[in-house]
Design a protein around this ligand. Structure first.
Ligand SMILES: [Zn+2]
Length: 64
């Protein structure tokens, strides 16, 4: 369930490792994330606090 949602929002591929770098709904694979970080810099992911990020990542751990 919700399995089909687990695709990268950039390349639309199902990847083994997906993350939500800005604590949002969007999932990014490692490749796209690295690409964005390279192009836009680390600030691209800023709009979430570390606390939010931590919360979101622990939630996504629980989902598994
Ligand atoms: Zn991707």
């Amino acid at each position: 369930m919700a399995f089909k949602d687990k695709v990268c929002c950039i390349c639309d591929q199902h990847k083994k490792f997906l993350s939500r770098p800005n604590a949002g709904q969007k999932l990014y694979c490692i490749q796209c994330k690295a690409k964005i970080t390279k192009e836009y810099g680390q600030n691209y992911w800023k709009p979430c606090s570390f606390g939010e990020f931590f919360e979101a990542s622990s939630k996504s751990m629980e989902e598994k």
